[in-house]
Design a binder for this molecule. Sequence first.
Ligand code: SF4
Length: 399
Amino acid sequence: MERIGLKLPDFLKKSVPICPIRSIRGPLQSMKYLDEFRDPALARKLFDEIRAVTTRHWAIMEVCGGQTHSIIRNGIDQLLPDEIELIHGPGCPVCVTPLEIIDKALAIAAQPGVIFCSFGDMLRVPGSEKDLFQVKSQGGDVRIVYSPLDAVKLAQENPDREVVFFGVGFETTAPANAMTVFQAKQLGLTNFSMLVSHVLVPPAIAAIIESPDTRVQGFLAAGHVCSVMGYWEYEPLVEKYHAPVVVTGFEPLDVLEGIRRVVIQLEEGRAELENAYARAVRYEGNVPAQQMLREVFEVTDRTWRGIGQIPQSGWRLSEAYRDFDAERRFDVGDIHTRESAICRSGEVLQGLIKPSQCPAFGKECTPRTPLGATMVSSEGACAAYYRYGRWNTEKTESG
Ligand code: SF4
């Protein structure tokens, strides 16, 4: 903040929560280098340990799309004992951004005088009729940026244009977006706004557990989300639903260690919160980032694409920053959304089917011709199955 000429606000100087949970050390705690987390000998050891403790079927959800890709890329699901079923969760921000917001983005981006800024992965996400690339090809000024602050710079350089940033994602991307709106306000920018569609992981986990169709018995929580938010938020979930939650990273050994810990808890009839990603996650998380989030955003109900509305599962700009809300600033008229009739991404996102069980998988729907967001995003489960050649759900190797 001070480096970019802005005063550090007072709300960034508050006390931090203290972890009441005993520190649990695992076999990965002393490792430092990335290659070590891909070591085949250690992976074999972890597979052996999981196999040794497993006595019955367990269904475990990896919440994050990054974990899904690690699992599919490394064949972890195929090498686990047959009793362990991994269910791919909804933790892909591009995939769960609601169709209505995509259609609003398309409508705003098509307006004359607007510079519409987004990270690149949102440009191919299908709306009801087109995507942002098509808006760009039809003359809309749609630009890929690598930081939300790039959009603020564009607003400063183009005072006669309206600059809109597409702010989507989980707790990982939200702090930078909050900081950007905070900065735009401090700079007195009147031609900058943000189309906000942020979502929160803990309410989604609660919704999955409460779903009458759920089979999930334990969760690998997303390590990068917890690096921002800490893992104190998951204590009430573990207590209320009696489901183990293990904070887990993204390398193959991280994922295996998370699975090992969840399986041990399930086998012992325990439901506890553990942190298997201690090299990146602290109990309290990144407190200044959380304070910036609370300053700029407030919790609201959000619709998740393919899942539906989840109460209190997202953020919107708080009243003090509502002038920067693109939904308020632009009249986008009545939005009538229309999902693809054949896309089953909602069932994929809830773990009810595997991507390869969708009849359109690899036929009408490919990464070049995506029918749903789960085939577009680099974190989407359908894209992972396509990229790594998972054309059926059978294991090719037995654990
Ligand atoms: S394979 Fe394509 S059509 Fe099927 S669920 Fe995935 S994104 Fe939708």
